[in-house]
Ligand binder design. Structure first.
Ligand code: MG
Length: 379
């Protein structure tokens, strides 16, 4: 404003000192794309071994199918990952088929991520986890070429990462108590899977409460089909130290969820009801926030747009994950500063992690690695 006023008054800017003098340091050399190198995409199936059999309201399992991805470019390597929990309907075969249709050799400039992702969308029918794997590897490569971690490139403050929840799956009260004891003292918030009958849900919560009094998030995974039952459950949960409820009702029951939201104080988050940025507008008024997962939405580029759109509607944001290695979990953690909740424990649930990336402090707060790109180390 002052400069505009000065200009308008005909005062010369030359003598004001703003543009005089040169920076004392030479600019560091950034990677220069000269058009001669090409990206090479490769992948391999990798079955994730779960530490404990994992049960939610609709199924249980002890492994998760996964595909590890890399992009090589002029001596640099970007890592990515597709994780396919069975309930999403994608398989190793469908993801590998999608990856085989993506020809990154068409592109000579790995910085043009928006163009590359638009090309992937234009192919039609690409499985979202396959797109997420390529998006994650592209962003890892991008940060490595710029020699900076993604959080820094995006101007995010690593001191503002949230505490992650640690998930306690559905099980008998004895096992729930054991798992809670293992987690107690390491996390300042736990997430409990509910959505069965009130009796079973109450037994789960009471088993957790017999061990710890930390705040609880609950995830019903669409398990409450009746809105009156859901209302009664949320009142009960509120009295037992629960601080948020995820996906209480089936994913398309938006109006019933809005009815519910008008009657409860706890924030209600959408998970199964939201996949990408296009779904957020119809959730306004029914949900307080959205759960963003890279495997659902197709990667970091879409996830960042989702955060911006959700914030513009005054909605809260949580970041979730599947059971994944530290590759995809660390990718999600890169955008975690400032979100309201993080549920980024997928790497802690497996026994064959290939990477070291995001870590946790003593209370379960996410600590971002300082290395370029995702900041991963192979283990
Ligand atoms: Mg969920």
């Amino acid at each position: 404003m002052k400069m505009a006023a000065a200009g308008a008054a005909g005062v010369s800017l030359a003598g004001c000192g703003l543009f005089g003098g040169k920076g004392k340091k030479n600019l560091p050399k950034a990677y220069k794309v000269d058009g001669s190198a090409r990206m090479a995409l490769s992948w391999e199936p990798y079955e994730l071994q779960l530490r404990h059999t994992f049960t939610v309201s609709s199924y249980s399992r002890s492994t998760t199918p996964d595909v590890q991805v890399r992009i090589d470019y002029d001596g640099f390597t970007g890592y990515g990952e597709a994780s396919m929990p069975p309930y999403l309907g994608h398989t190793v075969e469908s993801v590998c088929e999608s990856l085989s249709r993506i020809d990154l050799a068409k592109f000579s400039d790995p910085f043009q991520i928006e163009d590359i992702l638009a090309y992937i969308d234009s192919l039609g029918g690409i499985a979202p986890p396959a797109k997420a794997a390529v998006d994650i590897a592209l962003h890892d490569l991008y940060g490595k070429l710029l020699a900076q971690p993604l959080w820094r490139i995006w101007g995010l403050n690593p001191a503002k990462t949230p505490h992650t929840t640690f998930t306690i799956g559905i099980d008998t009260p004895e096992v729930v108590r054991e798992k809670t004891k293992e987690a107690a003292g390491k996390f300042s918030i736990l997430k409990v899977k509910v959505g069965q009958s009130p009796e079973k849900d109450h037994a789960m919560i009471e088993a957790v409460r017999s061990v710890t009094d930390v705040p609880l998030a609950v995830d019903a995974n669409q398990g409450w089909a009746d809105k009156f039952d859901a209302l009664g459950e949320i009142y009960w949960l509120q009295d037992h130290g629960v601080v948020m409820v995820e996906q209480p009702m089936p994913k398309n029951r938006i109006q019933d969820t809005a009815w519910l939201r008008e009657r409860v104080d706890l924030p209600i988050f959408a998970d199964e009801s939201v996949q990408g940025v296009k779904d957020i507008a119809r959730l306004r008024g029914a949900f307080d926030g959205i759960n963003i997962k890279l495997m659902k939405c197709g990667g970091l580029a879409e996830a960042r747009k989702m955060i911006a759109v959700a914030r513009s509607y005054g909605m809260k944001v949580m970041l979730g994950c599947m059971t994944e290695t530290s590759c995809a979990v660390t990718a999600a953690a890169q955008i975690s500063p400032g979100v309201d909740f993080a549920d980024l424990d997928g790497n802690l649930l497996i026994s064959n992690d290939r990477f070291r990336g995001v870590t946790l402090d003593r209370n379960g707060r996410l600590i971002l690695p300082d290395g370029p790109g995702l900041g991963l180390e192979l283990v």
